[in-house]
Every structure is written in C-alpha cells, then in structure tokens.
Design a protein. Structure first.
Length: 466
C-alpha cells in the first residue's frame, strides 16, 4: 500500500491511497464467504458454492463491492498511522480507481487537529471580586434560616402578604372547565410567585370562604400558554410566625449555643462560598485570556457537527424536560433565531478552542492522570448526574467514555498550570493566593467542562475510524 498526504488547509487533509490487488485477498475471501452464507444455489450445499459460480450468478461486481467496503477502514487507518495524523470525525471517501486484479485507489478527506503553538501565558493578569462578607449578607443568611423555622397558625381575618392560604382552583378556557384545571386544598404563600400571575392580588383581602375570579396565562397543562378565567376560593388563612432571633433560636436551628456563634458560622460559610466563587472566577478569566493569546484554526465540519449537537441537545433534552420548544424558548429569552444560532456557534468555537489548547498543553507539560484523580472526578460527575458512583462508573465503562473523563481531568490540570503562572488580583488591588492545590484542580476541571460544554452539553467527539 502507498499513501500520500495533501494539506488542504490547517485543519483538513486529503489522503491518496493505492492498494495493490493482492492486498485485497483477505477481504475478497471474506466477501465470498459472506455471500456463500447468504445465498442458495441449486446443486450446491449452503456455504460450498465455488467462487466462479458466485461470480456468474451474482456478478463479480457485487463481490468486489463487499470486499472493498471491508478493506477500506483497514487501509485508511494504516494511512492515518503512517502519516502520523490526529484525525477528527469520519472521512469523506471517494474510490478513484478499481481495476479487478490490478489496483484499488481511493482518497479520504478528513479533519485533523491543527498544530497549535502554546503562547507565553506567564504574563496573564486578571482581576476578580474581592473577598468581602458584609454584615447585611450575614443578616440575610440568618433570616433565611429563620424563615425555615417559621410556624403557621390559623387566623380569622383577611389574607395578607406573607400569609399561607389554602385554596381551591378552577380554570376555564373559552367558558369550558379544563379537565386538568381543577385543584383543591392547594397551600400557597402569598407573594411567593409560585403559582399563577394575578393570584396574589386575587386572594389578598379574602377571608376563609371568600372567592375571586381573575384572568391569567396558564404556565402548564393541556392549555399551556392560553389565557384562562381562574376562580380561586380561600378555605383557610394562616399567619406565619417567625421565631425570635436569640440564643434559644440558635440552639434550635443549629449546633451552636448562642446567636453570635451562629452568626460567626454563617459568616465563615459565606466566606468559604465566596472563596470558591473567587477561584472559579479567576480560572474562567485566565482561560478567557489564554484563548485570546492563542491562534486556533477551527475545523469547519467539526464546528458544524458541534453546533448541531448543541442545538439537538437543547431542543430534545433540556427544553423537552421543561415542556418548551425552541420557538417558545426564544420568545422567553427575547432572542431571534439568528441571534440564537450565532450564540451557539460562538459557544461551540470557544469549547473547541478550549479543548485544543489545553490538550496541547497537556502534551507539552507531559501531564498524567492517576487513578485517584480519575476516581475523584468520577465521584463528582456521578453526584451531579444524580446517579450512584457505581451506576455512573458502569455507564461510563459501557459507553466507552473513560478516555473522555481522563481528558477532562487532564485539561483541568493543564488549566491549573496556567492559573498558577498568572497574576490574580482582587478589585482592591490585593494579590489573590489560590492555595489548596487539590481543590483548585477539581475546580479547574469543572471550569474546563463548563467552557467546553457552555451549559449546552455539546461535545466534539473525536474518532479515528472510518
């Protein structure tokens, strides 16, 4: 076999491959054997039909087609390995010559990873939010905890904002009561915004036994999106009573003896959360700067496939779970289809660039992923997927996704190298020290996943097989 590589552009090549006919012998034998098992010829036992009879009855062309289809992947892979190519996706194959007994010649056009020069990233400097927890934030956190321990007590008065009312609902569209438009004994906190638009105004001022009618657009069910005439009847009114903010509350709501200790713990938790947010912000901004520094050609077909994958996942998975279609989603977002497609393309480009640059950095820095790192990453992914670690691990192995997870961890480590070399300062001009290396590695892996998928969960799958 002879092969030659022609570079069409920085991300695409054409392989020209010539195969002497004798190298097709194994594939020809396999073709005759396969046809033997599929056909019946009078006078011959199944599987014992001579090759010349198969040629006469079914045509030599059918045998050659079967043999070539069997042989192409093998010779294509040999040519890829010989050319030391890092191919992306499936090739476009064109048979240019097939002379029975003499020669098979074909071309294969395929996307390849571009050669990327890693820029000098030592001068990257980014600014992140300062790590400040205000007294107001602490008070808000304690107040939210207090809300969770609120008690409700029945009252004989008109319902007011913040009260919990028990209500019966009936919705009509075009004068007809909807089959799924009746609900009794619904508990609702006035002002929470958890039910229909207009319900707060309707029930405020009603006592138990009172009712009101209002018009609202239905948010779900058989008449979703339609305007309905809704009748609401209040059957009970209860006032929410918050516990006193004192040491007794601290002992009831936490492991602390005093309110001051509870507040101190709330402040510490907020600081921890802000430290995590600050680190994530640093990683995202360092990555943005790295992407600006590097020249990364994008394979057209890979980009088109990635955009299509993202759109498919959004329409058929994410929006489907929310009961929306793309048109309704765009209406809610206030975007045109053109704006949506441009954004999707930008996100896909960013994801591909991120993967290419960090993979190149993994190779340059010779970064490896050990079993402990892979296991920790698998545990995090399992938790976010809602599956047990064992279930997630089984799904990963069965789906052949282990290399993908290894790649995610390795890219996270590569980004950590860049972040470590960068200068990170906060809005007060203070240098930020991202101390915990293990935690930082985990966070950078998550940052890389978010950048590559950009919340659309699209992935640029790479395959080396025809």
């Amino acid at each position: 076999m002879k092969s030659a590589v022609e570079t069409l552009n920085p991300t695409r090549v054409r392989l020209s491959i010539e195969v002497p006919f004798e190298e097709l012998k194994d594939s020809l034998d396999a073709a005759y054997k396969k046809i033997n098992q599929q056909v019946t010829v009078k006078g011959f036992r199944k599987g014992k039909i001579p090759a010349r009879v198969i040629d006469q009855r079914f045509g030599r062309g059918a045998v050659l087609e079967e043999a070539v289809n069997d042989a192409l992947p093998k010779f294509y892979t040999e040519a890829v390995n010989e050319g030391e190519l890092n191919v992306l996706g499936q090739p476009e194959v064109d048979i240019t010559e097939l002379k029975d007994g003499e020669l098979l010649a074909f071309t294969a056009e395929v996307d390849v990873r571009p050669e990327i020069e890693i820029p000098d990233y030592s001068g990257i400097e980014v600014t992140v939010d300062a790590l400040e927890v205000t007294d107001e934030e602490v008070e808000k956190a304690v107040e939210q905890l207090r809300e969770r321990f609120a008690a409700t007590n029945p009252v004989e008065r008109a319902a007011a904002d913040g009260d919990v009312v028990t209500i019966d609902l009936e919705a009509k569209v075009d004068g007809e009561i909807l089959e799924d438009g009746v609900a009794d004994g619904v508990s609702y906190t006035i002002g929470s915004g958890e039910l229909l638009d207009g319900i707060d105004e309707a029930v405020t001022g009603l006592e138990a036994g009172g009712e009101a009618t209002f018009t609202s657009e239905l948010k779900g069910g058989s008449a979703e999106g339609k305007a309905a005439e809704v009748t609401v009847k209040v059957t009970a009114v209860a006032a929410r009573e918050l516990p006193e903010l004192d040491d007794d509350f601290a002992q009831m709501a936490s492991e602390f003896d005093t309110l001051e200790e509870l507040k101190a713990d709330s402040r510490k938790r907020l600081e921890t959360t802000k430290q995590y947010d600050q680190a994530t912000q640093a990683q995202e901004r360092v990555l943005e700067e790295l992407l600006k520094l590097a020249e990364v050609p994008i394979p057209e077909k890979l980009l088109a496939d990635e955009v299509q994958t993202r759109k498919h996942n959004l329409e058929h998975h994410q929006l489907g779970q929310m009961g929306l279609d793309l048109e309704k989603y765009l209406e809610i977002q206030g975007k045109t289809l053109e704006e949506f497609e441009n954004e999707t393309s930008e996100q896909a480009i960013k994801g591909i660039k991120t993967q290419f640059i960090l993979d190149e950095l993994v190779n340059k820095e010779k970064l490896n992923v050990n079993q402990e790192e892979l296991t920790e990453h698998l545990m995090r992914r399992a938790q976010s997927s809602g599956m047990s670690p064992d279930q997630f691990a089984q799904a990963v192995v069965e789906g052949g996704q282990v290399p993908m997870l290894v790649g995610e961890v390795a890219r996270g480590k590569a980004l950590a190298v860049v972040v470590e070399a960068a200068k990170v300062v906060d809005t007060n001009g203070e240098v930020v020290d991202l101390e915990d290396e293990d935690e930082a590695a985990a966070e950078t892996t998550e940052t890389v996943e978010a950048a590559a998928e950009d919340k659309a969960e699209g992935k640029a799958e790479e395959k080396n097989e025809a």
